[in-house]
Design a protein around this ligand. Structure first.
Ligand code: AMP
Length: 251
């Protein structure tokens, strides 16, 4: 069974996000970019499935400008067998990415498509659900545990929901999106970074996949949240009660 993993190149999690002065989005010029942390977790679970004999091949895919190749190279260094880069502008809406993933699935025919639960740049948390809908495949989102039964062609997924854990059994092929507690992704070792240089990265265009970029969504404005006022340290409970009563008017 092949596993396809969608990997997004995003602003590094340690960078403090800045909004562009024209309020059209987040500043990415001269900013450190990395693999989306939830995509690292998605790749890690796929690699563990290959190592345990459940999967035969792991294919990493990414859509965006040419720099996505660096992120895919990191994925190859972690252990993916090959990669596909879909050449596209940097701003892609989740539905467009979902359509592109559907087109790639139709070419590669994987048994599992694994994505991060959300990208930390736009925090959309939509792509996995949308591609499952477009493919008419079962979906297990926010996975904190995944067990695949190769014989039964099924996956058992524990998912983190508001009230606790929900366990789903999905017939394969299926879509899984990964949550934080699923695993601890590995670091690429130096020998694997060297090996990754010779692994294949296929470049595809939007036209080849027959997907156009038109979207029903338009981002009107991106703004930073209001700055929070500094807190105060109170000397007694009486003072706290007084402030809650007479300033905040909540008691
Ligand atoms: P989102 O719905 O934007 O929060 O993204 C959820 C997941 O979809 C990410 O963790 C990725 O696995 C995948 N994804 C979103 N955008 C891209 C992209 N441009 N290239 C590859 N994968 C993507």
């Amino acid at each position: 069974m092949k596993i396809m993993v969608a990997i997004k190149r995003v602003v590094d999690y340690a960078v403090k996000i800045r909004i562009k002065s024209d309020k059209t989005g987040v500043e990415t010029a001269n900013v450190k970019m990395s693999m989306n942390p939830f995509c690292e977790i998605a790749l890690e679970v796929a690699l563990r499935m290959k190592e345990s004999g459940v999967a035969s091949e792991v294919i990493a895919v990414s859509m965006g400008p040419s720099q996505c190749v660096d992120t895919l190279r990191t994925g190859l260094a972690m252990g993916a067998d090959r990669a596909i880069h879909v050449d596209a502008p940097s701003t892609l809406y989740p539905l467009t990415v979902a359509k592109l993933l559907k087109a790639l699935v139709q070419v590669e025919k994987p048994g599992l498509l694994i994505l991060g639960k959300q990208a930390i740049d736009d925090d959309c948390n939509q792509t996995g659900q949308m591609v499952a809908g477009l493919l008419n495949w079962p979906q297990g989102t926010f996975a904190s545990k995944v067990v695949v039964d190769k014989e039964k062609k099924a996956a058992t997924v524990d998912r983190e929901v508001d009230g606790g854990l929900e366990t789903l059994c999905l017939d394969l092929p299926a879509v899984i999106t990964t949550d934080l507690r699923l695993n601890q992704p590995r670091y690429a070792t130096l020998p694997n970074i060297m090996k990754a240089k010779s692994k294949p990265i296929k470049k595809m265009s939007l036209a080849e996949l027959n997907v156009d970029l038109r979207s029903d969504l338009e981002v009107v404005q991106v703004t930073a949240p209001p700055v929070r006022k500094a807190g105060v340290i109170l000397s007694s409970v009486d003072e706290l009660v007084d402030k809650l009563k007479n300033e905040a008017h909540v008691i």
